[in-house]
Write a protein that binds this ligand. Structure first.
Ligand code: URA
Length: 197
């Protein structure tokens, strides 16, 4: 039998469309977080968009709605994106590195992150966005495979590369809206991130 990571890789590789990938994630039982979550939270927005945003993990509101970024930080995110003409109704797709709410919003473990990662990688490969926005430490570390802090990574032109991906994808790290709710004085930096995007 496959390990959960191998099963995730195999399922992700077999998905030829974003719709098929959504179904593959919903049917995947290899991540233990699924047992305590209400819903699978995969992606929301325009699947043909040129911009893909990847966050961390669903919280309580997202778990209830089955959609990413719908709680307080999601509402702030939508307002931030609207300032630069991006909306899930038309030109951005929003997803996460983890598809099930960790109990009590604890940080996902490295094992949970590694198990879900093949799906986020496949989403990038299928969508081929012109820009990949990573918000928060977990997303930045998992997708960029580097350990620098978000305050160091943010606002810079980075590249997302993977074996099998024809060309690198432009990537940028943005401060997480949940962090901005706790540290509103950092909104100045977030505005610079939005201008760079
Ligand atoms: N924070 C995230 O990173 N993702 C969500 O979907 C909600 C809050």
């Amino acid at each position: 039998a496959d390990s959960p990571i191998e099963a995730a890789r195999r399922l992700a590789a077999g998905a030829e469309t974003i719709a098929a990938l959504r179904e593959a994630v919903a049917g995947f039982d290899g991540c233990a977080l699924k047992a305590t979550a209400r819903n699978t939270v995969f992606a929301d927005g325009a699947e043909d968009a040129e911009v893909l945003l990847i966050g961390e993990a669903p919280g309580k509101d997202e778990d209830q709605a089955g959609k990413p970024f719908v709680g307080r930080s999601g509402q702030l995110l939508d307002r931030m994106l609207a300032e630069i003409g991006l909306s899930r109704q038309s030109n951005i797709l929003i997803s996460n590195t983890i598809y099930w709410r960790p109990p009590g919003n604890r940080d996902p473990t490295p094992g949970e992150t590694a198990t879900c990662l093949p799906f986020a990688e496949r989403l990038v490969a299928l969508m081929r966005p012109k820009l990949l926005i990573l918000t928060g430490k977990a997303a930045a570390h998992a997708m960029l495979q580097r350990e620098d802090g978000v305050l160091k990574l943010r606002g810079r032109r980075l590249a997302y590369t993977r074996e099998g991906l024809a060309a690198p994808v432009n990537a940028i790290v943005m401060l997480h809206p949940a962090y901005l709710l706790r540290q509103p004085q950092q909104k100045r930096l977030a505005w610079l991130d939005l201008l760079a995007i």
